[in-house]
Design a protein around this ligand. Structure first.
Ligand SMILES: *Cc1c(COP(=O)(O)O)cnc(C)c1O
Length: 961
């Protein structure tokens, strides 16, 4: 007898994640003249690529059940004290920052701040971050985060190469000090090789600058084993020889040490992790880069700048934005797109909370304890490596001594760093105490240190720095670093900034290609469990079994979803997945002796990161045309593949296409490329339209990246973090990225593409929970409903705006493009005006002008209920009416409600109102805004002004109105 229905569990998730109810789905299907989701799939997805049978995943499960299982997995991680250092230090996340930023959807569900008028909060927070980095490094221009310290160093290398080339130099060598962190050296090596940059790794004393071979060099300050060298003179000599100098550094150390800028460095890079961001077994953390004013055009990543709005009010925006949106395609030297915004916000807020004096106290305490430890070790006959140091000591030992000490450390659950020469290292951090120092001394000397002796060591430790090395210049002098030290004040500041930003807590964010779906709370909860948060990336494997289980399960699920044989979790963003995947393809060709294969075919509709990634792999980009229906032009593809057949390395193709269409000929495209000896790289950013319906490997792709921050529910965090793991076919598995520190990978592995072996592990928990909750039926249904929602909206809107491309049977995939170009002719209204006007209706704009200029691309995702889709449709239809009024001359072409959008509270409540429309039409154009109004905090921002007057640190207080 079947169980009665009341026994069914109420702990469910699928109907919470998928917005539309069964009756909504029926109603939407009816508007499309379809009877079922299956018939929608039939009409949308080409029949020759349908997945045969369900995914072999578990059935859907409940939130409490899945969280309980993950608890068990987390308990197999063991949180020891990790004093391993190497760029990763345990720290204290101030609870007010943890709860109100890291755990707050008002912050973490924001999108990249392209629509600056409704993003002023995070833009201000990022300017604080940039100011903090600029002040501490002593270099005036900082960007708003990079992915990790190692990739930041690699970016700095290619940046120096570009600067040197622009100065007319023909140099190919880059010097790397052997005292850099090993993972940094390895990532720089991976990056240098395909670009023909020759690395020399060694001691700076051995460097011969006289031959004019080097365009740049990388130093670490303090070095990986702790030494704080005075590089000023050396940098002067390097400059005299035309060599640009990059210094990898530590922001906390710089509160006490002379800054790289003051020592003459051209670029400073590093990680801001220890400013309140959990270790997370390697990430996510915000790396930083700062440089001199004159190199701003070569700076990779996003830079937030200060500009003004139409009323002259101060406003922040992404500067040099056109560069970002088009990512300079094949001329790019960097492919950075998603970065680490949320973590940069946290690190900046940590500096706001502690202020310069507080940061200095944190640094002095760590440094002081380190010097006490050094003094104690010396008294007991242990030699100490080079001094002065900041927080890290290296103790030379014999192999026998080393083993004994490591054993004692293990008994105390302390991880030390072990060098190849058996010396041991340790880095103290914000959690260190005198008690810990005493324990460490006991571990090294083999006996307890009496209280009296400890006191004597304490008083004789020398905690100062030699003249010339200690910091004398001021930092963080701006009032923002002095006002919010009381928790109440910081709490209010965080919420004040948050209230200026539109996020998923307000309304749907219909950004085509970006998949702004639900980031469920249950998925987010484990991120801040200490068992995931407090593990060092190089902690011994027996302490990280929980993570290993998580990785294996997630890899096997992603392999099933994509059809691939192997998954690498290392790449930290989609762009890094592209780079890693192409490097794997390159290694495969080379392994087969086909070193000449270096041509990468890329359709003109591709995302800018595609050609940028290909050029980073040293490939030549050959564009492939699209036909009038927006599909890849097969004739052109065949012609280009044939013409380049001897050199063909790869095709990069997005599926469904960036035009939002399941192209019928995808199999044929893959065949053409394979016939000519190339490999197929699939950009998986649109995977939300494929999961459970078809699989990249079955279509013929050899590699594909997945943006876990799109399809697999990692929130966008205002522009990061993300994760971009790659799936690869069996013949490519041996070439997946390795890692030198943890011996990940085999003899044919390409070098690491990220600092940490598994990228940003702590946020992999989010995707794990999502897949576990949805199970095979839930994932497939999510894809079906994502396609349904897009087609329903397209159907409602096509009477008002032309839908640019559809598939063979007239349906779109999971997103669609509205063509606004005809309206520009008839009314002068542009896509950007519609984007700004949507803010008055309480919505974030769709994707503007990608992949086609003058259009809007809408991706509703499966998580939005029908009522929300209808609301957005109604807003767009009402705006269409406003455009019509302009076209018919009822409203002027200039100064109309669209051109003046968005409208702020101060504009509509001003004494003066001399506009050809009412205040009500301006601010309350739809009934729902009467109940729930989101006020843009500034009016339309002057884009050009900000680029002409690039200013990227906190503005003077009197400029803030
Ligand atoms: C988002 C996106 C990318 C870049 O991914 P990131 O994670 O931002 O680096 C590449 N291609 C397409 C089509 C995308 O939508």
């Amino acid at each position: 007898m079947p169980d009665p229905h009341f026994l069914e569990s109420n702990d469910t998730f699928v109907p919470r994640h998928i917005g539309p109810t069964e009756s909504d789905i029926q109603a939407m299907l009816a508007t499309l003249n379809l009877s079922s989701l299956e018939s929608l799939v039939e009409a949308t997805v080409p029949s020759d690529i349908h997945l045969q049978g369900p995914l072999t995943l578990q059935p859907p499960r409940g939130e409490q059940e899945v969280l309980a299982e993950l608890r068990g997995v987390a308990q197999q991680n063991h949180v020891w004290r990790s004093l391993i250092g190497m760029g990763y230090y345990d720290c204290i996340t101030p609870p007010v920052i943890q709860r109100n930023i890291l755990e707050n959807p008002g912050w973490y569900t924001q999108y990249t701040p392209y629509q600056a008028e409704i993003a002023q909060g995070r833009l201000e927070a990022l300017v604080n971050f940039q100011t903090m980095v600029a002040d501490l490094t002593g270099l005036p221009l900082a960007n708003a985060s990079l992915l990790d310290e190692a990739t930041a160093a690699a970016e700095a290398m290619t940046m120096c190469a570009a600067i040197s080339r622009a100065a007319g130099n023909e140099r190919h060598k880059f010097f790397v000090s052997e005292n850099c962190h090993p993972q940094t050296i390895a990532v720089v090596q991976t990056r240098a090789e395909p670009l023909g940059i020759v690395l020399q790794i060694g001691a700076i004393q051995s460097l011969d600058l006289s031959k004019g071979e080097f365009f740049g060099m990388l130093l670490q300050y303090p070095s990986t084993d702790g030494y704080v060298g005075d590089y000023s003179e050396f940098i002067t000599r390097a400059h005299a020889a035309g060599v640009y100098v990059v210094v990898a550094t530590d922001l906390l150390a710089l509160t006490l040490l002379r800054s790289p800028g003051e020592c003459g460095a051209d670029v400073a890079v590093g990680s801001s992790q220890r400013f309140g961001v959990p270790l997370g077994f390697g990430g996510p953390h915000a790396a930083f880069m700062a440089t001199k004013e004159e190199f701003r055009r070569q700076m990779p990543g996003r830079i937030i700048g200060v500009s003004k709005d139409v009323t002259g009010r101060l406003a922040y925006r992404l500067s040099l934005q056109t560069r970002e949106q088009h990512i300079r395609r094949e001329k790019a030297t960097s492919n950075i797109c998603t970065a680490q915004v949320l973590l940069a916000v946290m690190a900046g807020m940590y500096a706001v909370y502690h202020g310069p004096a507080g940061l200095r106290r944190i640094a002095e305490r760590i440094h002081g304890l380190t010097m006490v430890l050094a003094e104690g070790l010396r008294r007991h006959g242990c030699a100490i490596g080079l001094e002065p140091v900041f927080d890290t000591l290296r103790v030379p030992l014999s192999p026998g001594q080393s083993d004994t000490i490591l054993n004692r450390a293990r008994q105390q659950k302390i991880n030390l760093r072990r060098y190849d020469d058996h010396s041991l290292g340790m880095s103290l951090d914000e959690w260190s105490s005198l008690d810990e120092v005493r324990r460490l001394l006991a571990i090294f000397v083999g006996q307890d240190i009496p209280e009296e002796e400890l006191r004597s060591i304490l008083t004789s430790a020398d905690v100062g720095y030699p003249a010339g090395l200690g910091r004398t210049s001021a930092y963080l002098t701006h009032p923002v670093f002095h006002r919010y030290h009381a928790e109440h004040e910081l709490l209010r500041y965080i919420h004040r900034l948050q209230s200026r930003d539109l996020s998923l807590v307000h309304s749907m964010i219909p950004l085509g290609s970006c998949t702004m779906k639900l980031n469920a709370t249950a998925e987010m909860i484990p991120v801040t469990w200490p068992e995931f948060g407090r593990l060092h990336p190089f902690a011994p494997a027996d302490q990280t079994q929980g993570y290993q289980i998580l990785f294996q399960q997630l890899e096997s699920w992603l392999a099933e979803v994509t059809g691939f044989a192997g998954i690498s979790l290392q790449p930290n963003a989609g762009s890094q997945g592209e780079y890693a995947g192409l490097m794997v393809i390159r290694a495969y060709h080379r392994h087969r002796g086909e070193t000449q294969r270096d041509v990468c075919l890329i359709p003109v509709s591709a995302h800018g990161t595609n050609p940028a990634s290909a050029s980073m792999c040293g490939m030549t980009v050959v564009p492939v045309a699209c036909d009038q229906r927006g599909n890849v032009d097969l004739t052109d593809l065949e012609a280009k593949a044939t013409a380049h057949r001897a050199r063909l390395a790869a095709l990069m193709v997005t599926y469904p296409s960036t035009h939002g269409v399941f192209e019928e000929s995808i199999r044929r495209m893959c065949q053409i490329v394979h016939t000519h000896g190339g490999q197929v790289y699939m950009d998986g950013a649109n995977m939300n339209a494929q999961v459970g319906l078809c699989r990249p490997a079955d279509l013929g792709a050899d590699v594909c990246h997945l943006n876990l921050h799109k399809t697999f529910c990692i929130p966008h965090g205002g522009g990061g973090p993300g994760m971009g793991p790659i799936g690869v076919a069996r013949h490519l598995v041996p070439f997946m990225p390795g890692h030198p520190v943890t011996q990940l990978g085999g003899p044919q592995s390409i070098g690491p593409v990220s600092a940490a072996p598994y990228g940003s592990p702590s946020i992999l928990t989010i995707s794990w929970v999502y897949i576990a909750l949805m199970g095979r039926e839930g994932l497939t249904r999510a894809t079906q409903v994502a396609i349904l929602n897009a087609n329903y909206m397209a159907k409602r809107l096509e009477k008002h705006y032309p839908v640019l491309y559809t598939g063979a049977r007239g349906f779109v995939a999971h997103e669609f493009i509205l063509d606004l170009r005809p309206l520009k002719e008839s009314s002068g209204v542009e896509a950007m005006d519609v984007a700004k006007r949507l803010m008055d209706y309480g919505f974030h704009a769709p994707t503007v002008s990608f992949p086609v200029a003058g259009t809007l691309m809408i991706e509703p995702t499966e998580s939005e209920v029908k009522a929300e889709l209808d609301r957005l449709c109604e807003a767009l239809i009402a705006i269409r009416g406003e455009i019509q009024a302009v076209a018919e001359g009822r409203q002027p072409r200039a100064g109309n409600v669209l051109k003046n959008a968005p409208h702020t509270a101060s504009t509509v409540t001003a004494q003066e109102w001399a506009r050809p429309y009412s205040r009500e039409e301006a601010a309350f154009p739809a009934p729902w805004v009467r109940e729930n109004k989101f006020w843009p905090s500034v009016g339309r921002i002057d884009e050009a002004y900000g680029d002409r007057h690039l200013f990227c640190t906190c503005p003077p207080v009197d400029a803030v109105s």
